[in-house]
Design a protein around this ligand. Structure first.
Ligand SMILES: Cc1ncc(COP(=O)(O)O)c(C=O)c1O
Length: 368
């Protein structure tokens, strides 16, 4: 009889499938070099601060050493910048790791984890890996006048029951680009019982400029059950180095620390992230570029008859109102990589990251 480990998995992950990165980008880059526009992964086309690159270079001298397992210098820099104590910060190998760890540490088969339909895909994965029941709450409708496909915070609050242990929210959310403001979050948090952890994923926080939306961090004192995650992968331009962080009550952080892999963030990443924090000028340029380029691209797409959803992120969700497979293929053949959304149940949509102007022009020129 042939061996197949698929029949040996734990019950929780039996139905899961491996991450689908879309196209094989390393192979495509080898084949086409600069002749492709990669607009599928919500990366920062301007890259990191030169100071972060320089710090990474210096840190290379020590790659024969284990990194600081506590990430002390980066935590100190974050603590200063965010004005939170160091014992409220956990570092992760990307915020993805922390999102997984939260469910693993706090939920099991006796619990339920809830999140919004079209919420970031890792929420479902984290819930499944923990063994908890995963419940997706219907999003706002696609024709909602203010926030199509956004999180329905009323429905999410109403869905919290005795077994609920964790709620994941993404603000702004990937792949919809949608968001909710501080007042809406405050009202939501007031409805959540203290034994339910609310994780607000702020991966795109640095891009936000919507009135009324700052950050969930302001509610941390009032709501010790609140966890905020952020990343250096987006506006800080360090996706390749994998650094994220969580800010939460010290007792939440202490639990995460029990299971966190000792050297989860490597030394080059720690050094680069710390240096990136010290260059607010670069971050401001990234924000401004993204804001104006996103508005320009949305307008150019609209001029050509393509509808995009409102976005506070570094990407646009294009709603084709019909199956988007052919368009994705067509763009691919013209060297423009975008992300199909069938895996999210949005087969009519494509997610398009804001690239450099030449990449965005390439996209526009390739459109049928
Ligand atoms: C909403 C959201 N959260 C978290 C992440 C994970 O980012 P990272 O693991 O690179 O920090 C992403 C990445 O795309 C994201 O879109």
């Amino acid at each position: 009889m042939s061996f197949d480990a698929a029949s040996l998995t734990n019950a929780a992950i039996g139905d899961l499938r491996a991450y689908d990165p879309g196209h094989d980008l390393p192979a495509l880059r080898l084949r086409f070099g600069a002749a492709i526009a990669v607009l599928g992964s919500n990366e920062n086309p301007l890259g990191p601060s030169p100071r972060a690159r320089a710090a990474a270079q210096i840190a290379l001298a020590n790659i024969h050493r284990y990194p600081d397992p506590k990430g002390g210098a980066l935590k100190a820099a974050l603590s200063r910048r965010l004005n939170v104590d160091r014992d409220r910060i956990a570092l992760g190998n990307g915020s993805h790791e922390l999102l997984m760890l939260l469910a693993q540490c706090f939920a099991d088969a006796a619990h339920e984890v809830i999140y919004s339909q079209y919420g970031f895909a890792v929420f479902m994965l984290a819930a499944a890996a923990s063994g908890a029941r995963a419940t997706a709450i219907p999003s706002l409708p696609a024709n909602h006048p203010a926030m199509p496909l956004g999180h329905d915070l009323d429905a999410l609050a109403a869905a919290i029951g005795k077994a609920t242990r964790l709620v994941y929210l993404a603000n702004p959310n990937n792949p919809t680009g949608s968001w909710f403001d501080d007042d809406a979050l405050a009202a939501f948090l007031d409805r959540v019982p203290p034994q339910v952890l609310v994780v607000v994923d702020e991966a795109y926080h640095e891009y936000v400029d919507a009135p009324g939306l700052s950050s969930a961090l302001q509610f941390a004192e009032r709501h010790p059950n609140l966890v905020v995650t952020r990343t250096f992968s987006k506006a800080y331009g360090l996706a390749g180095l994998r650094v994220g962080y969580a800010v939460a009550h010290p007792s939440v952080i202490a639990v995460l620390e029990r299971l966190r892999e000792s050297f989860n963030v490597n030394g080059v990443a720690l050094a680069a992230a710390e240096a990136a924090l010290e260059d607010p000028g670069h971050l401001a340029r990234v924000r401004e570029f993204n804001r104006s380029e996103r508005a320009w691209l949305a307008a150019e797409l609209a001029r050509r008859g393509y509808r995009t959803l409102p976005s506070q992120t570094n990407f646009l969700l294009l709603d084709l109102a019909r199956d988007a497979t052919l368009l994705e293929r067509h763009l691919f053949e013209h060297g423009v990589i975008v992300r199909p959304m069938g895996g999210y149940g949005l087969a009519h949509a494509l997610r398009i990251s804001i690239g450099r102007r030449d990449e965005n022009l390439r996209l526009l020129e390739a459109l049928p």
